[in-house]
Design a binder for this molecule. Structure first.
Ligand SMILES: *Cc1c(COP(=O)(O)O)cnc(C)c1O
Length: 429
């Protein structure tokens, strides 16, 4: 595979853009190799600047559930552009999208649109703190909620519940208000609750940022009960799982109603759009009704909302879509696992709707410690080989994968065959 143009582009980009990329994981630091510079996408495929074609299981990290350049989403966006790209004033479209989301997600009575998942979670936490009157929050090790200061916190050493900044520049003074619990671990959660004054808990109920690691049903139920016991606001961060794991996100898998939900990715159909919503008694504290401040020049941007609204409407119309996507994802993961077995390589796989994940690990992955114990060296080799064969997988062992509506069984079978070739090469190297 010739990647000369990508190599040159990457070198040139590095002269003017930090690390050559505008979001770190794109630099392929975890897997080595050269990030491909993309010329265009079409349906299930990406085309790089050298003209190579890749079957795309990243789909812009989740948003493109209908694949690249879906004709209806494209058309809706173009029509919106023709009417004006931004007004800084309300439009009817925003109300329509808000109604669609509220109708599907229990616990969401009012909503506010923003432009990124980071903004959504950051604002949701500010509101939850104001509502509960308590500063401490609980997050789970391995869950990602964007890069605001309170959330860039990872587990402290040993059994300490107070987190430590996971990035320089995050003051200890902030991180000491973020308690970090172990995912799927009820007793760790309880000790966090008992060691602080906890106003809110934020969780990815179907974690997709440590690989795909869904929460156990019993764990989510215990979480809901503890939030009620300790008077804490429960936030489901469904920026990734919302409209991805199912039309109703995690709520189709867990019969538990959160107090707030954050959205992003799919609700923008590929455009920068996100949202946070929740019970009216919480949301009414938000400016201009209440005094908790939050704002955005491009919030509810008409082009983004048009693309998102078209995506959500298409998702609602196609009754079998999630089942079809889940079957493709299951087929892919079963295929990967069987190929691995053939070569004596231990692999764990998981599917939730159109999301999939695989770990090179002999043990089932229930939390971030388990995920980190997986074989990231094999993963890196596997990623490089698959990419060279035209299969575009997330360049990190700790990311979920995605199938999209334009994919079919032949493409999945082809990807499984490439997986077999890649593993064979790794084993006989
Ligand atoms: C992607 C993601 C975010 C951050 O969204 P951005 O739009 O990248 O800021 C937050 N939470 C979860 C669960 C995500 O997957």
């Amino acid at each position: 595979m010739d990647i000369l143009h990508s190599v040159n582009d990457f070198n040139e980009a590095k002269q003017v853009i930090v690390g050559g990329v505008n979001s770190p994981v794109r630099a392929f630091g975890n897997v080595g190799g050269t990030p491909r510079f993309i010329a265009r996408g079409e349906g299930s495929y990406l085309y790089d600047v050298d003209g190579n074609r890749y079957l795309d299981f990243v789909q812009s990290w989740g948003p493109l559930i209908f694949g690249h350049v879906d004709p209806q989403i494209k058309q809706a966006s173009i029509e919106a552009i023709c009417n004006g790209m931004s007004f800084g004033a309300p439009t009817e479209l925003e109300t329509t999208l808000a109604k669609e989301i509220i109708a599907l997600y229990d616990g969401v009575e009012k909503i506010r649109l923003v432009s990124s998942g980071t903004e959504a979670t950051m604002s949701a936490i500010r509101l939850a703190r104001a509502y509960s009157g308590k500063d401490d929050i609980i997050k789970f090790d391995g869950c990602y909620h964007g890069h605001s200061d309170s959330l860039l916190v990872s587990a402290g050493s040993g059994c300490a519940t107070f987190g430590s900044p996971s990035s320089p520049g995050v003051p200890e003074d902030f991180s000491k208000h973020t308690l970090v619990a172990r995912y799927n671990d009820i007793s760790s959660l309880r000790s966090c609750f008992e060691s602080g004054s906890v106003g809110c808990v934020i969780i990815e109920p179907i974690a997709g940022n440590m690989g795909l690691v869904p929460a156990d049903i019993g764990f989510i139920k215990a979480l809901r009960e503890m939030c009620d016991e300790f008077g804490a606001v429960l936030i489901f961060d469904e920026v990734m799982s919302g409209f991805r794991a199912s039309l109703r996100g995690a709520q189709s898998y867990y019969d538990v109603i959160p107090d707030m939900v954050t959205f992003g990715k799919v609700i923008g159909g590929g455009m920068p759009l996100a949202a946070f919503g929740g019970k009216d008694e919480i949301m009414k504290l938000l400016s201009p009704v209440g005094s908790v401040y939050q704002a955005g020049t491009l919030s509810g941007n008409p082009v983004a909302v048009s693309a998102g609204l078209m995506s959500v409407c298409k998702l609602k119309q196609d009754q079998d879509l999630y089942k079809r996507l889940e079957n493709l994802a299951l087929m892919l993961m079963n295929g990967f696992r069987l190929e691995a077995q053939k070569y004596g390589i231990a692999m764990q796989t998981c599917v939730r709707g159109s999301m999939f994940g695989y770990f090179f690990s002999p043990i089932e992955v229930k939390n971030f410690d388990d995920a980190k114990a997986s074989d990231t060296k094999i993963f890196a080799k596997f990623h490089q080989k698959m990419l060279a064969k035209g299969v575009y997988l997330a360049p990190s062992a700790f990311e979920a994968g995605f199938v999209c509506a334009t994919m079919n069984e032949e493409e999945i079978e082809w990807a499984i065959a490439k997986c077999g070739e890649a593993l064979e090469e790794i084993v006989y190297e």
